[in-house]
Design a protein around this ligand. Sequence first.
Ligand code: GAP
Length: 476
Amino acid sequence: MSFDDVVELAKRRGFFWPSFMIYGGSSGFYDYGPLGTLLKDNIINIWKREYAKEGAIFLDTPVISPADVFRASGHLEKFSDIAVKCSKCGTPYKLESLLKSLGITEIVKTVDEAAAILEKYDVKCPKCGEKLRNPYDFNLMFRIGTNDLYLRPETAQGIFINFKNLYNYARNAMPIIVCQVGKGFRNEISPRQALIRMREFSQAEVEVFYLDGDDFPVPESHADLSLLRNTGELQKVKVSEAFKSGIIGNRVMAYFLNKTYDILLKLGFKQDRIRAREHDPGERAHYSSETWDFEYLMDGDWIEIVGVSDRGTYDLGRHQQFSGENFQIDGKTPKVIEPSYGVDRILLTVMDSSYYKRDNGYKVLRLDPHIAPVHLAVFPLQKKDDLDRIARGLFDRIRSVDPFVFYDDGGNIGRRYARQDEIGTPYCVTIDYQSKEDGTVTIRERDSTSQVRISMDELIERAKYFPDSFTELFKH
Ligand code: GAP
């Protein structure tokens, strides 16, 4: 199972590990280590740049909100999962995941339907075998103390309630694309699979505000996408074609499905392990009239990593109603399309998708160089004969133009390559005896393991333009 291997690697090499372990841990919380912190930043930066290219603006709002916000948004009333707790061993289950793990695909919307399904399939506790009964609604919101304050379950509401400020900022021009990246909190019934279902997690959310008639181009698609419709029909098509043929009815939805797919491919995901799946009406969140999840195939299971929803006028409409504020433009409430990215899930699945073992059993993360935490590693071939002094000097020079460089002179050169391969470092630079003679070094590329020799001066010039200047070197 690559998932187990990746989680083991992540912990051992400093990407992420469970939080609070010296006190026994607490499920659903993870720390990012030194490499994970950099990887997460790099993923967020690509996302940010891609939306900045679309003219997006950015926002940063509190993680704690008064209950009024979530009363209006519908989260206090409707943001719940159906749960069931074993009466014998006390294990709580999220019903949807439990049924999925048992191969039961029926969609359950109410507690009564859940009770009927448990009865129909005679569902037993996977831990102790006791018959499961009495399902109940479990609200996922975290309340803070006795105050009427809550931790936000999504970053989106901070954007909606600021619509007027944002509209003024944008000098009354529509459409407006607003992005926020930050923490979300959900009291998940059964946190699991490391970063996949956490109680505190990071979202990178985009709210696209538009009015009917706003000019959105037909998306320019370069790659086929597997689209699984809620009718069960699976098609491999370009999003642009899916829009033209009416599979995706809304032009703004089509544009941002295409944008999301582009970003996932840019992050290094492979086409054959990504699909977009349309929600069944009963599965959609309370604010959505259409949702497509981008899912990643991990160990035979499809995992949601980004949700793209048509929130229509739901949120602005509710906040107008509850606050008395007027968000209308020329008498119309703007509509919203929302691509919502789960940063932690993307980080874990991008590691999973780039993980493989060489024939000799060594582990490699084939991370795209744009997101690799360490860009270059510098090694002296030997820790003697002045090679280490020259390597240190080169390391300092590189660091002045690209600080994401690592120096290693421990152990044999093969082990040093292997250590960098495992954390996804795309290029390793070695100073050898020839370097002393002519000022050249070898650069070894992680995936092909092929090597080229260039001068140290050229290396410094190229380091200024990482990674394209290095990709270019190994093109042929
Ligand atoms: N504002 C819309 C929204 O929050 P969502 O589908 O509930 O939609 C968006 O969440 C993304 O956040 C998901 O696609 C997933 O990647 C991530 N996410 C949701 N719950 C999570 C959890 N408990 N742990 C880690 N990531 C989560």
